[in-house]
Ligand binder design. Structure first.
Ligand code: FMN
Ligand code: SF4
Length: 609
């Protein structure tokens, strides 16, 4: 594997991609991903030729390519290094390590070096915060456990243009870090065993078991899985579609990463069971671009299952039960985890969330009734098929049945994966992971809740503290203002820009937080942050905008001193220094008397000592 393969020219690359996908306009995102893997970036002429070949306009194709952060419309370095930028890895020194690497390589962040050899930038969390700081190389290789020594060696490898396959293998070794396994992570079921159990039960009885289990989706919203399948099953359409959401974009979450590696058969069994219940023939796994390094293993597993009669035509020898799965790679857009944006991306479009209703269960992929479920949800389905709905409903709490996997990161001795029955207290998880002097826990990632130590007796459950899986621990050394600021930057970066309240609102949040960080804020700025929270909740088009202020609001309410000690004034402080702005005019006019200065009434509004 060279940094960038001494690759084909534009025409050969285009020819190869068209031969692989056919002139299918809906395969556009995959074609772009493949073309970039061959050429390193996407020249304009290529996009125009591709547009002509698949019957789309050049503007349309460029618009799609421009949406995804992992697709480059300008040349990038032959080595493209992306540091995972989440608050946990920042606390572990990722920014300092990136600055060190940039110094050593003589490169400015975000700009390719003059000789085109390398570019260094940040990206949102790459799902390795249990073994960070981490980075991605050319979107296909990960480097974990970064420290100064590793950075220095890495700089030397890049400077000598050492091919990626000659880099130390242990750098890319990703541990699964399972510290507590229960039903899902501890499963030893044979491939196809759960699927066989579902076939034996029959489609109606399988759906009834799911109903009995009261399984709720693990992707965040907690929608009852049986109701979703039932709605999809009843929706008219020439065919039905099953989609697995493996986008796992919520910073601090990495449980699907482990399930995809350790329990991929349970996942595929779950998807095949959905296909059996719905009568679907087509399935997709939407794998986030950051997990490109998992792709080959996943494709090999699907191939093994085809060979074993567990996927493809006449599954388990059953006439009429034909179902196959394609893996679709994302390209660096958090919003594509939202199910309707994900479907747009699957269809070769920008990942803009749709107006709902209609929901995907009625009109999803290409307008067909489509079930979208999280990786963990499908794994849970396979266990329900084997052991029945009553058994599953007996685990957890009445409203939140079964187990939940937590991705624990931050200030604790044993970061990694912990699976517990629903109803487990926060304090128990903290104790098990070896957390000391904990000040706060962010449950469910930036869009979740921030809990203070007075709340550690609360329970993980949809009816108390719901979660999609991230569990970020902050001890008393941490500045929660900086944590909240990191989250504000994340949402401003990931807003898809489609609706004004989110596009503008997340940027206003980010700027207010920067103003406070610069020590130029007042209580008025805190009031504005609360107003923005209301606005985002009430007016945005999708869940990204609606939840963008959650962590900020919680932190402001529960850790107010972290904000107040940054205030310059309790009343109002302008965002810029008017007197300083006038300095150029003073210099040009040669005036520097008292009347040439603009007095700001700062002293009058300073808080009392
Ligand atoms: C901004 C945003 C990002 C999301 N990201 C994910 C994700 O990475 N994985 C996921 O399963 N669900 C994600 N969701 C939730 C999905 O829209 C959807 O509810 C889920 O995939 C349904 O599966 P479930 O019923 O099994 O939970 C996200 C939602 C929003 C609003
Ligand atoms: S809320 Fe944000 S992410 Fe969602 S559609 Fe609007 S701009 Fe896009």
């Amino acid at each position: 594997m060279n940094a960038r393969p001494a690759g084909p020219d534009i025409d050969t690359a285009l020819h190869t991609v068209l031969a692989r996908h056919g002139p299918d306009r809906h395969a556009l995102v995959q074609m772009l991903v493949d073309l970039q893997a061959m050429l390193g970036w996407l020249p304009r002429r290529l996009l125009a030729d591709l547009a002509a070949a698949i019957g789309r306009t050049p503007g349309d194709v460029e618009g799609v390519a421009g949406f995804y952060r992992f697709l480059h419309l300008q040349p990038v370095g032959r080595y493209r290094l992306l540091f995972s930028d989440n608050v946990i890895e920042r606390q572990q020194g990722s920014h300092e390590l990136m600055a060190r690497l940039c110094r050593q390589l003589g490169v400015a962040p975000g700009e390719p070096r003059g000789d085109g050899a390398v570019s260094v930038a940040t990206c949102s969390c790459i799902g390795l915060s249990d073994q960070g700081p981490s980075l991605l190389v050319n979107h296909r290789l990960v480097v974990t456990h970064l420290d100064e020594q590793r950075i220095d060696q890495l700089a030397s490898l890049v400077d000598h243009e050492v091919p990626l396959h000659d880099w130390p293998a242990d750098w890319s070794h990703v541990q699964d870090t399972v510290h507590r396994a229960d039903v899902l992570l501890g499963s030893t079921n044979a491939p196809g065993q759960a699927l066989q159990a579902a076939l034996t039960r029959g489609a109606d009885a399988m759906l009834a078991e799911l109903q009995t289990s009261r399984l709720r989706g693990r992707g965040g919203a907690g929608y009852p899985t049986a109701s979703k399948w039932q709605a999809c099953r009843q929706a008219p359409g020439p065919e039905h579609v099953v989609v697995c959401n493996a986008d796992e974009g919520e910073p601090g979450t990495f449980k699907d990463r482990a399930l995809l590696r350790r329990q991929a058969d349970a996942l595929v069994d779950g998807m095949a069971i959905a296909a059996f219940v719905l009568g679907a023939r087509r399935g997709f796994i939407y794998l986030r671009g950051e997990y490109r390094w998992l792709l080959d293993e996943l494709l090999a597993l699907l191939q093994q299952r085809r060979a074993a009669g567990l996927l493809g035509a006449r599954i388990l020898g059953r006439a009429g039960f034909d179902f196959d799965i394609a893996v679709h790679l994302g390209a660096g857009a958090y919003v594509c985890g939202e199910e309707s944006a994900l479907i747009e991306s699957l269809q070769g479009e920008r990942g803009t969330p749709r107006i709902r209703p209609p929901f995907p269960a009625e009109k999803g992929y290409l307008g067909l009734p489509t079930v979208v479920n999280n990786v963990e949800t499908f794994c849970a389905v396979s266990h329900i098929a084997l052991h029945g709905g009553d058994w599953w409903a007996g685990i957890g709490t009445p409203q939140s049945t079964g187990t939940k996997i937590h991705s624990v990161s931050g200030d604790c001795e044993r970061p990694g994966l912990y699976e517990y029955p629903f109803g487990t207290r926060i304090a128990r998880i903290l104790e098990d992971c070896g957390a000391r002097h904990t000040q706060a826990v962010q449950v469910g990632g930036p869009s979740g809740q921030c809990l203070s130590e007075f709340e550690f007796n609360r329970r993980i459950a949809f009816e108390d503290v719901p979660t999609a899986g991230a569990f970020m621990v902050f001890d008393r050394r941490r500045d929660l203002f900086e944590v909240a600021r990191g989250f504000a930057q994340f949402f401003a970066h990931e807003s898809c820009g489609f609706c004004t309240p989110c596009r503008v609102g997340t940027e206003l949040l980010r700027r207010r937080m920067d103003k406070l960080a610069a020590g130029a804020g007042s209580r008025h700025d805190l009031d504005v942050l609360f107003e923005l929270d209301h606005l985002l909740h009430a007016t945005t088009h999708c869940g990204l905008g609606a939840t963008a202020c959650n962590a900020l609001r919680d932190t402001m309410q529960k850790f107010r001193p972290a904000f107040e000690r940054r205030l310059q004034s309790l009343h109002f402080a302008p965002g810029f220094d008017l007197d300083a702005e006038l300095s150029v005019a003073r210099r040009l006019t040669g005036r520097n008397d008292e009347a040439a200065h603009f007095a700001q009434p700062v002293e009058a509004s300073r808080p009392p000592p």
